[in-house]
Design a protein around this ligand. Sequence first.
Ligand code: PMT
Length: 405
Amino acid sequence: MPQSLSGKKILLGISGGIAAYKCADLTRRLIERGAQVQVVMTPAAKEFITPLTMQAVSGRPVSDSLLDPAAEASMGHIELAKWADLILLAPATSDLIARLRAGMGNDLLTTLILASNAPIAVAPAMNQQMYANVATQENISALTQRGMMIWGPAAGQQACGDVGYGRMLEPMELVAHCEAFFGPKPLQNIKLAITAGPTREAIDPVRYISNHSSGKMGFAIAEAAANMGADVTLISGPVALATPANVTRIDVESAEQMYKAAMEHAVINDIFISCAAVADYRPSQIADQKIKKTDDSDQMQIVMVKNPDIVASVAALKDKRPFTVGFAAETQDVKKYALGKLAKKNLDMICANDVSVEGLGFNSNDNALHLYWKNGEQALGTACKQHLAKQLLDIVVKQYQQYSK
Ligand code: PMT
């Protein structure tokens, strides 16, 4: 097992959600990679997994009480706060997130967070409606603005039967985040711009044409790039994702807006990655009023015009052209079409994904990429988008070094 987390001191703060049962596995995976894990549990967390289990897997007594003289006499809350290289809150319930935002210190976990300078990663886990609630969203965005990293959540089937965003990331996805966080910073002093998500092409004031891009792939790359030390600008279409820590985000809706933002930023960045699923066409006219259904015809026609090709325009820059990476979302003849786009759009690299495979590509947590560049290629197997983002950037770094020589 690679000791990617060798000697790293991770304080794992567990709050009271059903995903707490995954913390035993998470702890084992972190320790396997060389980390030391100190578990701190809220009172509610102990209803979902016992301190004895967490002590057994972490090899350390669990801290769970602020007002315990014996515990304070050994590693008290101030020592715990100073000990950690990283505080990982997983699962972080809506209640814990709200208490963090308010700056409360009404249990051991929140108190030591107030007393700590360590970087904090929050892995939200809750019912999808609670996650979508405006209060939770405001709390998460306040934590992001304070520099906390938000890892997840994922979407899917929930313990309560609901389906949507709110699942804690799987243990291996959290491990990948930790590895990226502690990993080398080969993108230090590099400025990287990335587009992500779909575009929306308005038909009238209430309707638009769009696609199934969730933004997850692009956001994962933005986050990984920031973890690798890059100064990241993320130009995002409309998505329901929190902005990764240390990333500057520009929100756009249409392809034309994305084009404008991308062209402004391409010339001041070293690397440009075009992960957005940009609509190739838009309605030639946007109706001023909502288009009414008519009784005299069963058909309606919308005349479409071509949108600007953003990544091709960036790659065509004569001056201040960044190292330019595109994606190719294909459902057939993936290699042929990807190589065609690499050449036609004059890209430095293209990341091909077969979006016809169930569970991969659009709006999924996993993907499989095949990278092509002028004199090389590399297949990255099926993995979570966070893991792929890191692998992809490792290759981008090498190719960029050749390019900028
Ligand atoms: O967002 P997710 O749900 O995580 O899904 C990820 C993804 C499947 C969207 C992503 O992995 C992906 O493949 N993104 C590119 C989607 C796409 O539009 O592919 P394309 O083959 O149609 O376009 C080729 C390239 O040209 C892409 O880099 C695209 O960003 C770019 N393009 C396309 C049209 C246009 N008008 N301007 C562009 O810049």
